[in-house]
Ligand binder design. Structure first.
Ligand code: OFO
Length: 165
């Protein structure tokens, strides 16, 4: 059975994962409108993944006798100055989520909730991967700079990244 403290903390993470899905959906839409299909598809997939992360938490909370909450979400940014800015925001967002997961791990230990601690290890690994992917993308985007041809090729390459992941 979940303690109130853990239930509240997990519900906060449910909201963060739902917001992440919205943040990435807005990025996917913006990229689509800008005509960059590869980047857009990649971001649609990221958005779907975040929804999966949210659902995994929902199931866990309910299975352990808690009540998962669906809460009001903060509206995401819907336009960006450039793709570089968009990917910088993506990395910053992943770092924020990692901090939130780390905080949850800390709370679970403090409350001696080892089942939740164990469950959260999946998120710890996932965040390592997602931060690494965001950094790789940003490195590439920084290399491209303002070069339109480079962006065109990157849009094609990022599709490969989606296929392989
Ligand atoms: Fe939910 O995995 Fe990143 O943010």
């Amino acid at each position: 059975m979940l303690s109130k403290t853990i239930e509240t903390a997990l519900n906060k993470q449910i909201r963060i994962e739902a917001e992440s899905s919205q943040v990435y959906l807005a990025m996917a839409i913006w990229a689509e409108v800008k005509g960059l299909e590869g980047i857009s598809n990649f971001m649609y997939d990221q958005s779907d993944e975040e929804r999966e992360h949210m659902l995994k938490l929902v199931k866990f909370v309910n299975e352990r006798g808690g009540h998962a909450h669906v809460s009001e979400l903060k509206a995401p940014n819907v336009t960006f100055g450039s793709f570089k800015e968009m990917f910088e925001k993506l990395l910053a967002h992943e770092i924020f989520v990692s901090e939130s997961i780390n905080n949850l791990v800390h709370i679970s230990l403090e409350n001696r909730d080892y089942a939740t601690h164990n469950f959260l290890q999946w998120y710890v690994s996932e965040q390592i991967e997602e931060e690494a992917t965001a950094r790789t993308i940003l490195d590439k985007v920084n290399m491209i700079g303002d070069d339109k041809g480079g962006l065109y090729l990157f849009d094609r390459d990022i599709q490969q990244l989606t296929v392989n992941s």
